[in-house]
Design a protein around this ligand. Structure first.
Ligand code: SAH
Ligand code: DHB
Ligand code: MG
Length: 219
């Protein structure tokens, strides 16, 4: 009674609070048909990202790790009509699927999917971004956090997915790149005086994992 129960509760929450939506459901369906990995955020997580972006009144959003654009669509819908979301994706096939899903959601004017390694693309971006969602390769999370911070302003929020990894984050000697990346990230956030940050562990349809959340408190 662990994963089965977590999944049932996530399904209950989604059924109760998150109406089905053709663009979001279609993005998951098209991603499955294109054989993309099933690692998009859960519906209740996508909605929480959207709510957080709205809470900070985000007009410009940065995403690192697009996959099929599922989290992208949730986040872009938080934007005003003249808002902007830039999302970075290494895999050209993922980017292509995402662009089609974003177009079907009617969000192409607001969203730019840039293809390439995030660490190569980030230096070409101009800030500030009001909200950043980091969800690409986990080993680079501390560097992505550094970039998101450089491209932020006082009041920006930075969220990082997958920082708990079934609890393995507590294994100090781990050679798992995801664990090493998470620990480096959390240590970097804790040591950075320009942010106030925490992490929460989550259970649900995506297993046992968690988010790090940082508020930029100084320019
Ligand atoms: N945010 C998405 C899921 C992203 S999955 C959602 O919730 O819907 C992680 C994505 O990061 C994958 O598509 C993978 O190809 C991409 N990725 C991995 N390494 C990357 C890198 N170095 N630069 C940019 N994207 C990368
Ligand atoms: C993986 C990546 C993710 O972004 C995620 O949410 C879950 C798993 C992965 O690479 O295994
Ligand atoms: Mg993720």
């Amino acid at each position: 009674m662990t994963q089965k129960l977590w999944t049932a509760v996530d399904d209950y929450i989604a059924d109760t609070m998150i109406p089905s939506d053709p663009a979001l459901d279609g993005a998951i369906e098209a991603s499955r048909e294109a054989d993309l990995p099933d690692i998009a955020v859960a519906p209740n997580q996508g909605k929480l990202l959207q709510l957080m972006a709205r809470m900070v009144g985000a007009r410009r959003i940065l995403e690192i790790g697009t996959l099929g654009g599922y989290s992208t669509i949730w986040l872009a819908r938080a934007l005003p009509p003249d808002g902007e979301l830039v999302t970075l994706e290494y895999d050209p096939k993922h980017a292509e699927v995402a662009r089609a899903n974003i177009a079907r959601a009617g969000l192409s004017d607001l969203v730019e999917v840039k293809t390439g390694r995030a660490l190569d693309l980030l230096p070409s971006l101009t800030g500030p971004f009001d909200f950043a969602f980091i969800d690409a390769d986990k080993i680079s999370n501390a560097e992505y956090f550094r970039w998101a911070l450089r491209l932020s302003r006082k009041g920006s929020v930075i969220v990082v997915d997958n920082v708990v990894r079934d609890g393995k984050v507590i294994e100090a000697g781990s050679d798992d790149p995801g664990v090493i990346g998470s620990r480096r990230l959390l240590e970097a956030m804790a040591a950075e005086p320009r942010v106030s940050a925490t992490a929460i562990q989550t259970v649900g349809i995506k297993g046992h994992d968690g988010w790090a959340v940082a508020l930029v408190i100084a320019d």
